[in-house]
Design a protein. Structure first.
Lengths: 166, 123
C-alpha cells in the first residue's frame, strides 16, 4: 500500500514536471509564445508543486511519519503553556489571513503593526519561557529527558520542580 | 488570458485555504486523540507546594483564548478593507500583562530554586 502511494506521488510529480514542457512546446509550435503564457505556466506549476509538497507533509504528519507530539510539550514531556499560546496565536492570525484572502478584495492582505506586536509578544513569551526552563534545568542539574511514556495519553502533568510549565 | 490568470488566482486561494485548514485540523485531531498533550497546562503543583502556578497558567490560557476569539470575531468586519484587523492597544496591553505575570512567576520560581540550591551548598 505504501508503495502504491509512493508511485502515485512520483507519477504526480512527473506529470507536473512534464506539463510546462508540453505547454511551452505547444505554444511555441502552434501559437505565439508570449511572456504572459510563460508566467501563467510557471505560476500554475509552482502552485501545483507547492500544494503537492504541502499535502505530502500533512499526510506524513497525520500518519506520524513526521512526529509532532512534542509540539506543545517541553523537552521533558510536560505540557508547555508558552508553546500552546504561540500555537493559538499563529493559527488565529493564519486563519484570519486565509479568510481575508478568500473573502477579501483579491489582493495580498495588509498586515498592521499591531498584529506583528501581538505575534511578537507571543513569541517573546515562548522565548523567555524557554530560557527560564533551560536555566531551571541547569540549576536542578538534570538535563531534560523525554518521558518514558511520551505517547501515553494518560500523561503526567507538570509536577517536576521548577523546570516545567513554561 | 485574463480568465486563465483569474482561475490561477482562485486555484492558489483554494490551495492556501486547504493547506492551512488541513494543518489546523491535523493539530486539533492530534490534541483530541491525546497525541498532543495539553492536559498539564493548568495543573496545580501540589508536590512542590506551589499551587498558584496552576492559576497563573490558567489566567494566561484564558487571556490567550479571549484575545484569539476577539480577533477571529473581528476578521469578518475587516474583510472589505483587505487588511488584517488591527488589534486595539488595550487588548495588547491586556495580553502583555497576562504573559508578564506568567513569566514573572516562572522567573520567581527559578530564582527561588536557585537560592534554595545555594543555601544547601553553603550548609
Amino acid at each position: 500500500m505504501d508503495n502504491l502511494w509512493k508511485n502515485v506521488v512520483r507519477a504526480a510529480f512527473v506529470l507536473v514536471g512534464l506539463c510546462p514542457v508540453v505547454m511551452v512546446i505547444y505554444f511555441a509550435l502552434f501559437r505565439t509564445l508570449t511572456k504572459d503564457y510563460l508566467l501563467l505556466v510557471l505560476g500554475a506549476e509552482l502552485a501545483v508543486l507547492l500544494f503537492i509538497f504541502g499535502i505530502i507533509v500533512l499526510y506524513a504528519m497525520a500518519t506520524d511519519q513526521i512526529k509532532i507530539e512534542m509540539l506543545i510539550s517541553e523537552a521533558n514531556g510536560d505540557a508547555s503553556m508558552s508553546r500552546f499560546q504561540l500555537l493559538i496565536f499563529t493559527f488565529t492570525i493564519a486563519l484570519s489571513f486565509v479568510y481575508l484572502v478568500i473573502i477579501g478584495p483579491g489582493k495580498f492582505p495588509d498586515v498592521p503593526n499591531q498584529v506583528l506586536i501581538l505575534l511578537g509578544i507571543s513569541a517573546s513569551t515562548y522565548g523567555v519561557g524557554k530560557g527560564l526552563q533551560v536555566t531551571s534545568g541547569l540549576i536542578s542539574g538534570s538535563s531534560p529527558q523525554p518521558p518514558a511514556g511520551a505517547n501515553d495519553p494518560s500523561q503526567k502533568t507538570s509536577d517536576a520542580p521548577p523546570t516545567s510549565g513554561n | 488570458m485574463h480568465h486563465a490568470m483569474a482561475a490561477l488566482g482562485n486555484l492558489v486561494r483554494f490551495e492556501l485555504a486547504a493547506l492551512v485548514t488541513c494543518f489546523a485540523l491535523t493539530v486539533m485531531w492530534k490534541i483530541l486523540r491525546g497525541i498532543l498533550r495539553p492536559g498539564g497546562m493548568t495543573a496545580f503543583r501540589k508536590k512542590v507546594g506551589d499551587g498558584i502556578a496552576g492559576l497563573l497558567r490558567l489566567q494566561m490560557l484564558a487571556a490567550s483564548a479571549v484575545v484569539a476569539v476577539f480577533y477571529l470575531a473581528s476578521a469578518p468586519q475587516a474583510a472589505a478593507s483587505g487588511a488584517l484587523p488591527p488589534v486595539p492597544k488595550q487588548v495588547l496591553l491586556f495580553l502583555a500583562g497576562s504573559q508578564a505575570i506568567f513569566l514573572g512567576a516562572a522567573a520567581w520560581r527559578t530564582l527561588r530554586a536557585f537560592s534554595i540550591l545555594r543555601n544547601e551548598g553553603e550548609k
